[in-house]
Design a protein around this ligand. Sequence first.
Ligand code: PLP
Length: 380
Amino acid sequence: MKFGTKAIHAGQHPDPTTGAVMTPIYQTSTYWQKSPGDHKGFEYSRGTNPTRKALEDCLAALENARFGLAFSSGMAAIDAVLKLLLPGDEVITGNDLYGGSYRIFTKIFANYGIKFHFIDLADPSVIRDYLNASTKLIWIETPTNPTMKIVDIEAVSVIAREAKVLLAVDNTFASPYLQNPMDLGADIVMHSATKYLGGHSDVVMGALMLNDEELYKKLWFIYNACGATPGPQDSFLVLRGIKTLHLRMKAHCENGRLVAEFLRAHPLVDKVYWPGFEDHPNHDVAVRQMRDFGGMISFSLVGADIERTFKLASSFKVFSLAESLGGVESLINHPASMTHASIPLELRLAAGVTDNLLRLSVGIEDIDDLLEDLQQAIEA
Ligand SMILES: *Cc1c(COP(=O)(O)O)cnc(C)c1O
């Protein structure tokens, strides 16, 4: 099946009892058993629920994976992966991660004796310098947030495989429509389904997709034992959101390209970060591993200090100043004080997250209105 067909149909069948074409919201915590242990595959909704199961099968299909697991947030999905580790284990990861990932690594799991190495992954061969017998996981994000650096997933997966270390890819920014890390050798794909998968900024959810059955069993054990699993209403919302993922992503990419080009041509705009530019440092890798370049763009104004940047961030009429991304509506964000506030100043600056940087999640509104809004805000 091709992507758009999977987005609409994967994991979903007419309901056997009523014929309902849309997967019902099975609002139940428990399931009747004919005699102890004799049931229809569902026992208790922390572990399994039919609405969530349909979503998980659909999520797996979108990433060309065998298994999908839905969590009550993206952070809960990351938490489950980290719980595969033991004290003394080491993790190699990027130096410009999502703020919440950095926070859970350094403020929660570091306390349990797990060591994290934050490195620049622009050249993946650097990973070899940090590998040792304790390395158990490589965790990457690409494109990175908010400076849109591109990490070569296939090159990292070759190193991970040689070292027998798990490779997990946070694929939230690209979405499965633009990039499929499993096909490039990743062991685990993680999503904040809150973003492009849900697509309407009305639900918080996370997901893991993977192929290895042993690993799936371990992660399902953590998922059920720790219990950060989503309810049926939220599962339904994401399942419904996914039905238009391919259409929305096409529109995000189209608008994203026009906004990136507009910003680059504007005399008051200084830097523009978007992997679709031919002079982006890893444009060739982006072309190889992504189908298009998405709607996430960061930029700064010429000579702007923090006051000027705040004034710009508050001058929009169509873009909303808010955290998050990936919804149908356009958002603007000030990473240094919002999404990346939990990253120490030195590390934040080293990753290029300066006080004058703004990040756009370009939505799917009419492009003329978006460009007009950018124009009036920049010139305000
Ligand atoms: C939002 C986000 C997360 C965390 O997901 P939640 O659903 O907010 O818990 C992780 N990684 C990236 C790249 C994100 O954008």
